[in-house]
Design a binder for this molecule. Structure first.
Ligand code: TEU
Ligand code: CA
Length: 544
């Protein structure tokens, strides 16, 4: 179909640089390490890499605290390495999508240094200030995402500044047009280098109005996004994806409807937060309820079909590993990794693979708080223990949902440190690497990697996967995820068993299908009475 943009047939791959591949033995992944793995990624078939931040940073939040948007953190390499990465990736038809972290900077950014040093500095108004902390319970009395008040006192000027994350991540003041122009110039500087677009960190927060108690989805948000589009992406064939925890099926088309000229798509987290506790959030996850999860996906598929564009993901660097959260990290690990991939990749949208997901990597399995590195996990450990939560309960929550679950080093081989580093990794390698690694998985035709490879190729080959409409079947079934896609007289039926038990094909409301599985070529049938093995999946295309 000629209406397909490159990013609608491509699959993205997220790299968390510190944990991907270490080229010099200092224990931290780096850009030369990534370059060394480009052939691996080209073989997987991805169209672009979303690169988590590699900019100059004191690394309070692993690079999501940027001190210079136009410099590379020496621990990751040099700007020459970065230019080489862009060129070498492009030679393999892979775009580099930069992480754009402009809700906040590091407190070490020269703008913030100037702002706190001098109340009359032109940079003062790049940030958000108050001369006293807000009264308890007043609208501006906002809690930071990493715990504690979002207002901290700056010892230098004596005033209070706003930060939705760590105190070392002061929020930028998007109401200031000079700040917006600086961000646009910086984005154009990267685009002129040949990057393929941006993943925009917490972009739904830039329209905040703290004094009114408004954090996400502020009244000026879409104005800023349109202005940014005109000033940077317009006329360039790039992909933009906005991270928007506040996005709903109703407002997501406002970001991604092409005629609104804002962003290509958003990351929304409906399927994630649905299974968090009301009070304790991610630290007390609920069990996955498949009918609820399927309904969430169906709502999103239908909300954006023909109106905007979906992104599809199970995991990222903030979320637990897909098999551990939604599948089975034990006996059925491989089958469940493949089942989850099939269910996700055959929907409408641009799929994102988080590093290691393509080999079915699992949660970290850390037993003690000393093993964690993440600022959010360490903060909440302190906060919740002070509030009287039993440590074992906190650690159980962290084992399920800490961001470090996805940040253990990529498991390349059975060599020491999983082949990730010749030195001591900054965070421990998962103990399961001798049997779970890319080298062994990739060699197995029935492994996870080859399955992802086939799914990624199928999206490029089939317009129905990119653009077909979506209908959820068997919505109430406790473990079968069944849907149909239709386009131009074709019908694609996808049937996935998300249970660790054998499951009978239901007798009612299933289309009669006999054919071959698109992924394996094996004969399949929906005849009632047939059964699906634990975490078995198939997809049959009819009418072509
Ligand atoms: O994440 C935004 C964000 O809201 C999450 O960190 C969230 O706070 C947490 O996972 C929920 O408990 C983005 C980045 O992806 C994240 O890595 C950064 O730490 C954060 O923004 C600040 O830049
Ligand atoms: Ca290194």
């Amino acid at each position: 179909k000629s209406d397909t943009s490159w990013w609608q047939s491509a699959t993205g791959y997220q790299i968390y640089p510190a944990s991907f591949a270490d080229s010099n033995g200092d224990g931290i992944g780096d850009i030369p390490g990534i370059i060394g793995k480009l052939d691996y990624l080209a073989d997987l078939g991805i169209g672009f890499i979303w690169l988590s931040p590699v900019y100059a940073s004191p690394m309070v939040d692993n690079g999501y605290d940027i001190a210079d948007y136009r410099a590379i953190n020496p621990v990751f390499g040099t700007m020459a390495d970065m230019d080489r990465l862009i060129a070498e990736a492009r030679a393999r038809r892979i775009g580099i999508v930069m992480d754009l972290v402009v809700n906040h900077t590091s407190d070490q950014h020269p703008w913030f240094r100037a702002a706190r040093a001098d109340r009359r500095s032109p940079y003062r108004d790049y940030y958000i200030w108050r001369d006293a902390p807000p009264a308890k319970g007043s609208p501006a009395d906002i809690e930071a995402s990493f715990g504690g008040s979002a207002w901290s006192r700056d010892a230098q000027s004596g005033d209070w500044y706003f930060h939705l994350f760590a105190p070392e991540q002061p929020d930028l003041n998007w109401a200031n047009p000079a700040l917006r122009a600086e961000v646009h110039a910086m984005m154009n500087w990267w685009l002129d280098k040949g990057v393929a677009g941006f993943r925009m960190d917490v972009i739904d927060l830039i329209g905040k109005q703290p004094e009114a108690g408004i954090v996400a989805d502020g009244p000026m948000l879409h104005h800023y996004l349109r202005e940014m589009h005109e000033a940077t992406h317009a006329g360039r064939d790039v992909v933009t994806v906005g991270e928007a925890w506040s996005a709903t099926p109703d407002n997501a088309p406002l970001y991604s409807a092409p005629e609104r000229r804002e962003v290509s798509m958003v990351f929304q987290f409906g399927h994630v937060t649905r299974f968090w506790d009301q009070k304790l959030g991610k630290w007390k996850p609920k069990a996955i309820d498949w009918p609820a999860l399927k309904a969430t996906f169906a709502t999103w598929q239908n909300a954006l079909h023909g109106k905007g564009w979906n992104s599809l993901f199970w995991g990222n660097h903030d979320l637990p590993r897909a098999v551990s959260r939604y599948g089975d990290e034990g006996e059925h690990r491989v089958a469940s990794a493949k089942a989850l991939a099939s269910a996700l990749h055959l929907m409408e949208g641009t799929p994102y693979v988080y590093q290691g997901e393509e080999i079915g990597m699992t949660n970290a399995g850390f037993a003690s708080i000393d093993q964690y590195r993440d600022v959010e996990t360490l903060n909440f450990h302190r906060i919740q223990l002070a509030e009287g939560i039993v440590e074992a309960d906190f650690l159980a929550g962290a084992r399920a949902n800490s961001r470090d679950n996805a940040r253990t080093p990529m498991q390349w081989s059975a060599a020491p440190q999983a082949g990730f580093s010749a030195g001591t990794p900054w965070i421990a390698v998962n103990a399961n690497f001798p049997r779970l690694n890319a080298e062994s998985d990739r060699a197995d035709p029935d492994g996870v990697f080859q399955h992802y490879r086939r799914l990624i190729a199928l999206r490029r080959d089939h317009a129905i996967i990119r653009h077909g409409d979506f209908r959820l079947l068997q919505p109430d079934h406790a473990s079968l995820f069944v849907y149909e896609r239709r386009l131009d007289g074709e019908c694609l039926l996808v049937v996935v068993n998300m249970a660790a038990q054998e499951m009978a094909i239901p007798v009612d409301a299933m289309p009669a299908v006999e054919g071959r599985d698109l992924l394996t070529g094996r004969p399949v049938s929906t005849r009632p009475g047939n059964t699906l093995a634990p975490f078995a999946a198939f997809a049959v295309l009819q009418g072509h």
